[in-house]
Write a protein that binds this ligand. Structure first.
Ligand code: CDP
Ligand code: CDP
Length: 201
């Protein structure tokens, strides 16, 4: 039976970490939908048009280590504002969500646009400073950042663009449960997410 869990929120809120743990707990498959936009953004950096890149996206395009860089994140949030790019990625995400055995999808518009009928919806947040610190630590460990203030600016700029675009802006679905992870350890955030989802099921 298909069962869909939608996990949305701003950059580096902990969506991916929570989604992976939730998927493992329930035995569901997980899709990080940000990777789709990152893969399209990466192709625009090498000269392909955003719409052509989205329409021609292949599964192997998602398996690229370079998708995690701040440059690709910025490019992703720019291409994500084009309605044609978003439209080209809808069917893949909905098919994934409906798979037998259950699915967890994380992104910006899963609970609002991609899967408005999801059985459980979480909106994960944390302050911009906490999120930037987490993302900075993660990028610095891989040698991909050395300036916290630059990471904070990147996070704020993307949040602004994601919240203010006209097509599928970042916002909680009316029936989403909010989870603020600013003061939570990863273990505590995961525990609360699983308990909130279990209450709804
Ligand atoms: O998927 P999203 O961009 O929302 O965030 P993430 O990749 O899951 O988390 C960003 C970073 O914050 C990772 O390095 C996590 O280990 C860390 N994190 C944390 O320190 N505390 C939490 N409660 C959740 C995530
Ligand atoms: O990991 P982080 O939260 O920093 O970013 P991501 O989830 O990989 O998403 C990168 C960018 O893709 C976001 O800033 C959004 O502009 C876009 N995105 C989107 O528009 N809709 C989604 N469902 C997922 C990502």
């Amino acid at each position: 039976m298909a069962f869909t869990i939608a996990i949305d929120g701003p950059a580096a809120a902990g969506k991916g970490t929570i989604s992976k743990a939730v998927a493992a707990h329930f035995g569901f498959a997980h899709l990080d939908t940000g990777l789709l936009y990152r893969a399209v953004g990466a192709k625009t950096l090498s000269g392909t048009s955003a719409i052509a890149a989205a329409q021609g996206l292949q599964p192997e395009d998602l398996e690229n280590d370079s998708l995690r860089t701040p440059e690709v994140a910025q490019a992703a949030s720019k291409v994500a504002a084009f309605p044609e790019v978003r439209a080209a990625l809808v069917d893949f995400q909905r098919a994934f969500a409906r798979r037998a055995g259950g699915a967890v999808l994380d992104g910006r518009d899963i609970g609002t646009v991609i899967c408005p009928q999801a059985e459980a919806k979480l909106f994960v947040t944390a302050s911009a400073e906490v999120r930037a610190k987490r993302r900075f630590d993660e990028l610095a460990a891989k040698g991909l950042a050395d300036d916290y203030e630059a990471v904070l600016r990147d996070v704020r700029e993307r949040d602004d663009r994601d919240m203010n675009r006209s097509d599928a802006p970042l916002k909680p679905a009316a029936d989403a449960v909010l989870l603020d992870t600013s003061d939570l350890s990863i273990d505590e955030a995961v525990r609360q997410a699983i308990s909130l989802i279990s209450e709804r099921t």
